[in-house]
Design a protein around this ligand. Structure first.
Ligand code: ADP
Ligand code: MG
Length: 594
């Protein structure tokens, strides 16, 4: 690398910004310089909140003796030669003003050795000027930049700094952001001589574990999506794990950490179906695209970018996260060696429902639940059901995914034997989830196809407010498969209901609908979001409740529905619907302490 002074035209082209706001900004600039220098290992040490002292050491290319002073000169850079290069900048720095700006507001000491120099050299600067010639020093190949007494000469700025602990927090966050983006570079961060983290070079996954901890690393879903020239990769937290606290949320564009409200919204929007309000999912997403599609030169510290096609990026991110979340059904979670094909049919074909989506006649359960008795007409005669239980061991290869139902614990949980252990399923939560997804599919089809039209409309009497509400939501309800007509201030005629809800008692269903719509008064422009909530509500209410024992074929049918339905890992409120215990885990449990 050789250092050049930029042409004045380019100097004005690059909007000069306020770079040094606080110690964390210095950390960012110095670490980026180390990365630009090809460092394989970077050490960051902060003392006194980084205000008293901040030191960054790398093993990069180093700075030659004769260029030490130049490195501290404004607009001196080795990284950018001419204007056309602006769009295609591969380096982090290119303005050539970071070191010069830092030297204006703090005491700076550069110590460096290049590969071909016999010795290291050191240069100190204060008030923006270096005092004299470089002096010999001891330093292995690479560079150490030591910054002391930030804002010593600018008391007004110093007053704006927060408590040391706060400034230290900002530095930590800065180091984490950069370390997460550069897993191949070793990072060590020490505060007041104590090691905060030490991450050796590794894979992205290892880096995430080292920097964000195993609680995050063990509870994420992988994101991998390509949309034209865009790719979106990374991890999102499993919805069942997301909490109310502010979780780590990291977004990178072409390997630069950025802040982007719109893309954060795209991610949350994808989570909307599976996460209860107020919960904050964690994520780390990297969006990559050709450099000409994004302008990184908007923000002085490059924390914000502008996209050529904002909507395309939004769509790609949203889809990428949705896909990752949709993969959270039991089949997908089965071990790699588990059969991915549908479960084998039982040796008695009539005794076991077909393992397809529609196999689970949940409406029957819902109806039976409501009327509390014999309305349920099982597809299998009761005598046969006993036979299944007796004969279950005949075919002893349990199907993949959630396996074969063995029975129920009380009325709440289904116990199933899987190919590697057992699964416990929360009956109500699982049923609710399957139902919600089926209703959503109806919505996505525009309702029509799934609507079950009645020859004789059912008249339902309700209070005028509820009738009004149903009437206002007529369009939305039609997309869900309902056809309702207001026939008087206190009655609607129900001409069609979604096929999946066909067997739910009509007056009750309509009353629940009106109830679900109650808080969606202003919904017009949020129709999709409102529909989701209405669907979730209806699903929750219609789902089988604990209180009745299921037959084995019913349990199996529910398990098969879960395997065939996306996003069934958690119910509509973000709680898990099932857990798996492998034989290994059970074994370990019994051997514990021996
Ligand atoms: P920029 O990074 O925009 O070029 P800086 O003021 O941050 O401007 O750095 C000026 C120059 O000093 C860089 O272009 C580079 O040549 C040299 N430099 C700074 N830090 C390092 C480092 N850690 N290793 C090697 N060279 C460095
Ligand atoms: Mg720089």
């Amino acid at each position: 690398m050789s250092i050049r002074v930029l042409a004045p035209s380019l100097v004005s082209q690059i909007a000069a910004g306020e770079i040094i706001e606080r110690p964390a900004s210095i950390a960012k600039e110095l670490i980026e310089n180390s990365l630009d220098a090809g460092a394989g290992r970077i050490e960051v040490a902060a003392e006194g909140g980084g205000i008293r002292k901040l030191v960054v050491t790398d093993d990069g290319c180093g700075i030659a003796r004769d260029e030490l002073a130049l490195a501290l000169t404004p607009h001196a850079t080795s990284k950018l030669a001419d204007a056309p290069g602006l769009e295609h900048i591969a380096s982090f720095g290119f303005r050539g003003e970071a070191l010069a700006s830092i030297a204006q507001v703090a005491r700076v000491r550069l110590t460096s050795k290049t590969a071909d120099a016999d010795a290291a050299w050191q240069l100190e600067a204060a008030d923006g000027v270096s005092d004299g010639a470089p002096e010999p020093a001891a330093h292995p190949r690479g560079t150490t930049v030591s910054v002391e007494e930030l804002f010593y000469a600018v008391p007004a700025r110093r007053k704006f700094l927060r408590r040391e602990a706060t400034e230290l927090g900002h530095i930590s966050e800065t180091v984490r952001r950069l370390a997460l983006a550069q897993p191949a570079v070793g990072f060590r961060f020490t505060k007041d001589s104590r090691t905060a983290f030490d991450a050796p070079p590794g894979t992205p996954r290892e880096r995430v574990r080292a920097v964000l901890g195993s609680d995050f690393a063990d509870n994420v879903l992988e994101v991998e999506h390509r949309a034209g020239p865009l790719t979106v990769t990374g991890w999102v937290e499993r919805p069942v794990h997301a909490g109310g606290r502010a979780d780590p949320q990291y977004l990178y564009i072409n390997n630069r950490w950025i802040r982007d409200r719109s893309l954060a919204h795209a991610i949350l929007d994808a989570f909307r179906d599976v996460l209860f309000h107020g919960r904050q999912p964690a994520w780390l997403l990297a969006v990559d695209m050709p450099p000409e599609l994004v302008d990184v030169n908007v923000h002085p510290a490059k924390h914000e970018v502008r996209f050529r096609d904002q909507r395309a990026v939004y769509g790609a991110v949203r889809t990428a996260v949705s896909e990752a979340l949709a993969a959270t059904h039991p089949q997908a979670a089965a071990p790699a060696d588990a059969p991915k094909t549908p479960p084998r049919p039982s040796p008695r074909p009539t005794a076991r429902p077909e393992p397809v989506n529609r196999g689970f006649d949940w409406t029957a359960l819902a109806v039976r639940e409501r009327v509390g008795g014999s309305a349920y007409a099982p597809s299998v005669p009761v005598a046969e059901q006993g036979a299944i239980a007796d004969r279950a061991p005949v075919d002893h290869t349990p199907p993949g995914g959630l396996g074969r139902a063995l029975g129920q614990i009380g009325t709440l949980f289904i116990v199933a034997e899987t190919n590697d252990g057992l699964a416990l399923v929360d009956t109500h939560a699982a049923h609710e989830r399957v139902l919600f997804e089926q209703l959503k599919a109806t919505w996505d089809n525009g309702g029509r196809r799934a609507a079950q039209t009645r020859l004789v409309p059912t008249e339902v009497r309700l209070d005028p407010v509820a009738i009004e509400r149903l009437d206002e939501a007529k369009d939305l309800l039609e997309r869900l498969g309902f056809e309702l007509d207001r026939i008087s201030p206190e009655a609607v005629a129900v001409r069609a209901v979604p096929a999946v809800l066909e067997r739910v008692e009509t007056p009750m269903l309509v009353r629940e609908l009106a109830e679900a719509l109650r808080n969606e008064a202003e919904g017009k422009q949020y129709v999709e979001a409102a529909a989701d909530r209405v669907l979730a509500d209806v699903a929750c209410r219609a789902a089988v409740r604990s209180g009745r024992r299921l037959t084995l074929p019913e349990m199996d049918a529910l398990l098969r529905s879960m395997e065939a339905t996306p996003r069934t890992d958690q119910c509509n409120h973000g709680r898990p619907t099932w857990v798996r215990l492998t034989v290994d885990e059970i074994d370990r449990f019994f051997r514990r302490g021996r």
